[in-house]
Design a protein around this ligand. Structure first.
Ligand code: KG4
Length: 343
């Protein structure tokens, strides 16, 4: 009844994830193991640790994903013979992390004869929006915001992407992480900053809205990060206590104002009626709300992925792999990880 089953592997950063989807894109299993606790004390992902943790985790994650998919169909566990294809994130990401998933996928395909599918990590984040809005169709504008990426994309068609702008320095998630680190709030910074921001006053401290009126779709986050750090140091020197909720809310407001302003311009200039968001930062409640507020009154539909599909996961990679599977767009077993794969 399920037809074809596509299993996909994601290991581009610190999550080892494997998921199985059926031919309708229904998620039969989705397992995510993260090595985040091992990176936390370093204030960011340590590539060497991430690679080693992928090696340790990947077989267990595979077995768990096959078992979960089995119980989805009311049987014990799936075997490789039940699968139709294997997808894998080939890039972009940390090269030592990517190769673990790519090698595992190639081994699985070499030993079973299953076709291999290469998936672009950001296309996965983009397609995570289909879990929320299955009828989402290009053209639309998307914002991809994570720890490593900040990108405004004009999706003219599936696979036909025009990158309108990116960051010239730090990624949005990186700014959250660096501000949290400066405040001693641990890693990752996004969730803790957004929880604090929910209780703070976004107008308490004025931080710069870099490149807000630059007339293009480029972003810059490192000046904001420096402004926040300078503020913290100034308050510390003056012996004044820092109001964490106000600081978090004011920092977020500076980020969100620029993200929303450029997204609105992009939607107006392209004339599309759909806007969506992807990547770890898409989980930010204030950002989601700000997009809804700005676009609702303009009659533009906003889609955000379900919370569980914002951070790295393999369900979104499987949905992307399924599209390639239908198009018989397979990769050779010589596939290599591409840490800088262009969208
Ligand atoms: O997509 P993701 O899991 O991994 C990358 O590919 O980078 O994104 C992780 C990033 C981190 O920088 C994290 O701080 C940020 O997403 N993040 C958030 C929130 N939750 C996660 N940023 C802002 N607000 C959040 N609620």
């Amino acid at each position: 009844a399920a037809g074809d089953l596509v299993l996909s592997i994601e290991s581009s950063c610190d999550e080892t994830a494997i998921a199985v989807v059926d031919s309708h894109g229904t998620v039969c299993s989705s397992v995510v193991a993260t090595s985040i606790d091992f990176h936390a004390r370093f204030g960011g992902v340590v590539p060497e640790i991430a690679s080693r943790k992928h090696v340790e985790a990947i077989v267990g994650v595979y077995e768990e994903a096959m078992a979960q998919a089995g119980s989805h169909f009311g049987c014990d566990t799936l075997t490789a013979a039940d699968l139709s294809a294997v997808g894998v994130t080939a890039g972009p990401g940390l090269v030592g992390a990517l190769v673990v998933g790519v090698a595992f996928a190639k081994g699985l395909c070499a030993s079973t004869g299953l076709p291999l599918i290469a998936v672009h990590h950001l296309e996965g984040h983009l397609l995570a929006n289909l879990f929320e809005t299955p009828d989402l169709k290009p053209p639309f504008v998307a914002s991809l915001v994570s720890g490593g990426n900040t990108m405004l994309v004009y999706v003219r068609g599936w696979g036909d992407y025009q990158i309108l702008g990116t960051t010239i320095d730090d990624a949005v998630g990186e700014a959250f992480d660096k501000v949290a680190k400066a405040l001693g709030l641990g890693y990752p910074g996004g969730p803790v900053i957004s929880r604090l921001a929910a209780k703070g006053n976004p107008c308490a401290i004025h931080f710069p809205r870099a490149m807000m009126h630059s007339g293009d779709y480029q972003f810059s986050l490192s000046g904001l990060k420096t402004a926040v750090i300078t503020y913290i140091e100034g308050e510390n020197r003056a012996g004044r206590p820092i109001d964490l909720p106000d600081l978090a809310a004011s920092f977020e407001a500076a980020v969100i104002d620029v993200q929303v302003a450029k997204a609105v311009t992009a939607v107006e200039q392209t004339g599309v009626s759909d806007f969506c968001v992807g990547g770890g930062v898409a989980a930010n409640p204030q950002l989601r709300e700000a997009y809804r507020k700005a676009f609702d009154k303009r009659g533009v539909r906003v889609t955000v992925p379900p919370m569980r599909a914002c951070g790295d996961n393999a369900a979104m990679i499987s949905v992307a792999a399924l599209r390639s599977y239908r198009a018989r767009n397979f990769a050779p077993l010589t596939l290599d990880a591409d840490p800088n794969a262009p969208l």
